[in-house]
Design a protein around this ligand. Structure first.
Ligand SMILES: Cc1ncc(C[n+]2csc(CCOP(=O)(O)OP(=O)(O)O)c2C)c(N)n1
Length: 331
């Protein structure tokens, strides 16, 4: 595909709706984390919504994704159920993994969501394996590996670039360059351009503005089509910014220390991906302001329902460990 992608008004609105869903879910998790209501750490995706949504809008339900420790956005963008995700983060039996996984392990195989992952770089090999399955079975599926700029320094990244190119696997690498690896600015630990690492393996690579949903979607459409048509892997590096801390409790253990300036965060807030898409929808007469406000209000109710559902659930049952982690055997 060489022509820029042309999206219908419904498709554009759906991008806005899905990004707003992620934002409002994350805002609510931020508040509930601060109020001490959540049982574990949460790594929020605020500011990066255009990446997950722009990519997943071009995937089929049967395609696969692998995610990261910052995985709520990927889960929702791929069509995961907000209630089941919220209950999972609250550690409830009604959660998508029966409350046994928590925030860093949200997964739904029925939606092709092969899982968030607490191991940095843990998704690469899973996505490569899924892409190998697709190739061997000829089922026409594509796998997408979402990963951070920090994960690009893990050795397994090189291994997966290598075999996916050698075996021409239907795999799309999506690097979310959000400028930080925990509390370390990426430029201080990363040599050269990450996209060049893909090019070294003869994988076509594109760097896009990761805060521009339309640019991401356009690049993803090309990359996914490339992979699906049997030409091998493709690579996207989406330049974005992590607005929240690495995790919500970081202030507690940074004890007043800081690793970035507030002005930098404010600069990136001006490039907010949802505000930018909203602006575009208004100026291109795709929707009126009141229509977009209605969408946001509807999503706010969805989030409220998800919280009620999570609150009402029973806590996870530790005995379930033997069913969901060990198949037919006790350790
Ligand atoms: C193998 C491994 N090493 C280290 C960690 C600790 N750790 C958790 S998140 C993180 C930074 C990851 O940065 P990046 O891949 O850029 O993702 P981001 O947090 O920016 O989304 C590190 C080092 C880990 N979870 N797994």
């Amino acid at each position: 595909m060489t022509e820029p992608q042309k999206l219908t008004n419904d498709q554009l609105l759906s991008l806005f709706e899905r990004m707003t869903l992620i934002r409002l879910m994350e805002e609510r998790l931020r508040a509930d984390a601060a109020a001490g209501k959540l049982p574990g750490a949460v790594h929020l995706y605020i500011g990066q919504e255009a990446v997950a949504v722009g990519v997943c809008a071009n995937l089929r339900d049967t395609d696969w994704i692998t995610s990261t420790h910052r995985g709520h956005g990927h889960f929702l963008a791929k069509g995961g159920d907000p209630k089941a995700m919220m209950a999972e983060i609250w550690g409830k039996r009604t959660g998508i993994c029966k409350g046994m996984g928590g925030s860093m392990h949200v997964a739904d195989l029925s939606k092709g969501i092969l899982g968030a992952n607490g191991i940095v770089g843990g998704g690469f090999a899973i996505a490569t394996g899924a892409a190998l399955t697709a190739k061997l079975s000829g089922n026409g599926r594509v796998a997408v590996a979402f990963f951070g700029d920090g994960a690009a320094n893990q050795g397994v990244f090189m291994e997966c670039l290598n075999v996916s190119s050698l075996w021409q696997l239907p795999l799309v690498f999506v690097c979310e360059y959000n400028h930080f690896c925990e509390f370390t600015p990426t430029v201080t630990v990363t040599s050269g351009e990450i996209a060049d690492r893909a090019k070294a393996f003869k994988i076509p690579a594109e760097i896009v503005d990761g805060n521009d949903a339309l640019a991401v979607s356009n690049a993803a459409a090309k990359a996914i089509e490339w992979a699906r048509s049997g030409k091998g892997p493709a690579f996207i590096e989406a330049r974005t910014y992590r607005i929240q801390g690495h995790l919500e409790s970081e202030d507690l253990f940074l004890s007043g220390g800081k690793y970035r300036e507030i002005q930098e965060i404010d600069e990136w807030r001006k490039r907010d991906p949802i505000a930018r898409l909203r602006e575009h929808l208004l100026s291109a007469n795709v929707a009126t302001a009141s229509r977009l406000d209605e969408v946001s209000a509807k999503i706010a109710r969805t989030v409220e329902d998800a919280v009620r559902f999570a609150e009402a659930g029973e806590p996870a049952d530790p005995e379930l460990t033997f069913d969901v982690m060990f198949s037919g055997q006790k350790p």
